[in-house]
Write a protein that binds this ligand. Structure first.
Ligand code: CP
Length: 317
């Protein structure tokens, strides 16, 4: 694996290798001293052209825990405001010693362009590009599911696991990356959304679609993954009649959680719109693993950096 750009193009072996490496990393993160020396002396850069809390901080924490130096770049307050290009920004950061670039960008395809244009010759990790892909989020979601449901006798890691992904699929890079990875791992994914919040070309998406949240919940899924309503990508709106109606048809509350059953895990990639796609009661319920997802995100990102940069050094060192 030279880059980590999406989940669709990864082989099953590559996906399993990242999950197994995450398992080894997570074991070290249960210790009091969490820092590992494996990438001491190496340098990575977080290049964020779009806001983030979880992804950015967990990549920077991951770099710290691997004893790496991290060049932290935000487009806000940088020479991007003077017109500096993606190419020149990346070359500048690599010239300072970055050996890998972790890129979040509002434009779909920006990390792929950096990986393929020949401007820089370092691994690129996609930390979320436009409405396209967010592979490390998908891996932390899959890892969290695997920790709760893994059954060796079933073969594939998530074989037969029934996952609902609910809400603003249209604008969600998380949904795209999750669908492809979870399917690869054997899960049965159903997207639940109003027609206005589903992409038009979904023929190649390996999943089912439902327009009724209540009908989907009545099947007692193993996982109910709620998606954030992405107001910032909706322009002048018109995707649903009102927040109240959206909440009524597609919001997860305690009553719907009861209908799903006590076996169902509640997940959300964050940040959450409490009171819109999820109530506080559902978000904070005993079935919610939202903070566990965040914790697992650090281990996933440590594993990704390790696989791209460590070249055979032992994770348990
Ligand atoms: N899930 C996620 O990508 O969150 P941030 O935007 O806070 O990084």
């Amino acid at each position: 694996m030279k880059h980590l750009l999406d989940t669709e193009s990864l082989s099953l072996d590559e996906a399993l290798n990242l999950l197994d490496t995450t398992e080894a990393v997570a074991a070290t993160q249960a210790r009091t001293i969490k820092t590992l020396p494996v990438l001491r002396g190496h340098t990575v850069s977080t290049m964020f052209f779009e806001d983030s809390t979880r992804t950015r901080l967990s990549f920077e924490t991951a770099a710290d825990r691997l004893s790496m130096d991290c060049i932290s770049f935000s487009a806000k307050g940088s020479s991007v405001s003077k017109g500096e290009s993606l190419k020149d920004t990346a070359q500048t950061i690599v010239a300072m010693g970055a050996e890998a670039l972790i890129v979040r960008h509002h434009a779909s395809g920006a990390p792929q362009r950096l990986a393929n244009a020949g401007w820089v010759d370092v691994p690129i990790i996609n930390a979320g590009d436009g409405m396209h892909a967010h592979p490390t989020q998908a891996f932390l979601d899959a890892f969290t599911m695997r920790r709760h449901f893994f059954d060796e006798s079933k073969g594939k890691d998530l074989a037969g696991l029934r996952v609902l992904i609910v809400g603003d699929v249209l604008h969600s890079r998380v949904a795209r990356s999750d669908v492809h990875l979870l399917h690869k791992l054997g899960a049965q994914v159903t997207l639940v959304a109003p027609a206005t919040l589903l992409p038009v070309n979904m023929e190649n998406w390996p999943c089912e679609v439902s327009y009724s949240f209540d009908e989907a919940l009545a099947t007692h899924p193993d996982v109910v993954m709620m998606l954030r309503v992405q107001h910032e990508r909706m322009g002048s709106g018109g995707f649903f009649p009102s927040p109240r109606e959206y909440q009524y048809n597609y919001g997860l509350d305690e009553a719907r959680l009861g209908a799903a059953g006590s076996q169902a895990l509640v997940m959300h990639p964050g940040p959450m719109n409490r009171g819109l796609e999820i109530t506080a009661g559902a978000a904070d319920s005993v079935q919610s693993v939202v903070t566990e997802q965040v914790t697992n995100g650090v281990s996933v990102r440590m594993a990704a950096l390790y696989l791209l940069l460590a070249h055979g050094e032992e994770i348990s060192a």
